[in-house]
Design a protein around this ligand. Sequence first.
Ligand code: NG1
Length: 464
Amino acid sequence: MSFEDNDYTSINVVPVGDLPSTLRSTERIDRLLSTFQRKYGSTPLFLIRVPGRVNLIGEHIDYCGYSVFPMALQQDIMMAVGPGDTVPIRLANVDSQYPEVMIELADIEFPKQIKWYHYFLCGYKGVVDKYCDDGQCPPINVMVDGTIPAGSGLSSSSAMVVSSALTTLISYYQSLFKISTPIPKLEIALLCIRCERYIGTDSGGMDQAIAILAEEGSAKIIDFIPTLNATNVQLPSGVCFYVAHCGVSMHKAATDHYNTRVAETRLAAAVIAKRLKISGYKLGDQLWVVQQASAIPLAEMGEQLANIFEIDKESYTKSELCSILAIEEDEIDKIFLSRLSEPIEEFKLYQRAKHVYDEAFRVQEFRKICESTNDVERLGQLMIESHESCRDLYECSHPKLDELVSIALGADAIGSRLTGAGWGGCTVSLVYEEHADQFEATLRKHCKFLCRSGPSGGAVIYQV
Ligand code: NG1
């Protein structure tokens, strides 16, 4: 991915009076401002608001180079920021379960045991390293408040990373007496994608991109190839989307699940490249690279895999892969497995690649329908197929997610699927407006977090 200068504007810096009516003069904003005031003895200069997101379709394909279809939610992370004293970063949270921290620059590191503030440090470090002269931002005091349930597949982590990046950027520029940052949104999105990887997860980029590039009223197709790009897509009328939590939380950075899938998709690409004799392929390339080089249309790629892999073979061992790829074990370790904390010996390649190619094609179909026929029954069908593929081929579901999907379909959802990384977290369901009340009443009996959301806007900086 690269950044090309184009017509994307920078992040809006607007007066605090422009907060959306759902937030202006609310208890939540009063509490954020007064907690800041009590803790730091001053009023913040800025409020930064960054939304969470729900991915409508296109799971685990962003890191393979394929387009995804998320929309921003109303749930968000807000940060209040003002100039600090001598400590470079004082960071507190309105929610007392997240204890206050004071951070010296020399202390910025990313251990295996991640704490809540490490996501803040990702954005902070990314910005300081790239934009601040002498690698320094003046001391800042920050108070955080969030309404995105953590570990729910709604991207609370990226909302935190993006808000910390913007908090750091605006504090730096403000200290230079330049209030609004001239840095284009796409550039900030690319920076945030890169810097969330300090945490140890090889994430694809969907979450940071939508958090920054979302526009009220439209879902977005996010493309990564040839460059990061976001296109508005109007969702059909007469239907709505519900997000529901299955009750099991999943903290990606604490397990190898996610990075294992990234590794399996890259190993699958290596086997495809070898067997199709693809020239120009480099070890570690993503699945889109081999599909494009093979000239096999995406629609056919999933089927073609049956001729490339031994499909009755459940998994491949490392030594089998060494002989197929004609490389040494330590090359596999270095190129594909270096981000895993535990060794793994068995790799499912056919199943992962099949999911990725089929899912990428479902995204194309979903988009086409939204832009043409608005055949909502087909949209629902694509969501159901997506869930089945996540469950059976990609193995990133959870029995509680499967159960919630069944409950949603039994309550007249047109389609329902897990959303986000999975292994817990939330489902997203497509529901006819006229069934919404009934659907909501049924789902409320089964989950603590349920929200109906239309597409929200992206990150905004408010000047207090
Ligand atoms: P969540 O649901 O936020 O854990 C993750 C990745 C996305 C994408 C989805 C699966 C991060 C920050 N986000 O999302 O890039 O790969 O899983 O589609 O790692």
